[in-house]
Ligand binder design. Structure first.
Ligand SMILES: N[C@@H](CCC(=O)N[C@@H](CS)C(=O)NCC(=O)O)C(=O)O
Length: 154
């Protein structure tokens, strides 16, 4: 069996797809359309009850969700691909920091921007929240790059 990625084009599922491609591993892609709200439909909720993409089906069977867990699992299973720096190294620590930052700081704000009416009443308040949330994950001041490298800790 091969990996199956449940995701949508232009969504955060790209990370799992990119990691498998970097590792040279074949996968099948099952499209779950966010525009059609398919992530909230019963057949997908049976795959991932949290109603989020991505989810992956592992080659041996079984579903894995949460991008951070998916990426670490891919890196662990295909060490020859060198997706993460050497275990125990300072570079590994920094890579884990950025992965954690993505999962804990950026992803939750994407939900606020994409679905503000889940947090405040629809209308002016939800538009204002969307606008407030938008710049944060795209260009947070503390992660702005200088010379192509991050200059500050999250
Ligand atoms: N904690 C999840 C978050 C995933 C997530 O927020 N995915 C977005 C798409 S990029 C999603 O499924 N949004 C649909 C929704 O919230 O209804 C992860 O790290 O994988």
């Amino acid at each position: 069996m091969s990996w199956i990625i449940y995701g949508d084009k232009g969504s955060g599922a790209f990370a799992a797809e990119a990691a498998l491609a970097e590792a040279g591993v074949r996968c099948d892609f099952r499209e779950i359309s966010l525009a059609r709200n398919e992530q909230r439909q019963a057949d997908y909720l049976a795959v991932n009850p949290s109603g989020k993409i991505p989810a992956v089906q592992l080659p041996e069977g079984g579903i894995l969700t949460e991008t951070l867990a998916i990426l670490l699992t891919i890196a662990e299973r295909y060490p020859a691909a060198g997706l993460l720096p050497e275990a125990g190294s300072p570079a590994r620590a920094q890579a884990l920091r950025w992965l954690s930052f993505m999962a804990s700081e950026i992803y939750p704000i994407v939900e606020i921007e994409d679905y503000p009416s889940r947090f405040v009443p629809e209308g002016a308040e939800s538009d204002a929240l969307k606008n407030k949330a938008r710049p944060h994950p795209r260009a947070p001041a503390h992660t702005r790059e200088r010379g192509g490298r991050p200059v500050a800790a999250p």
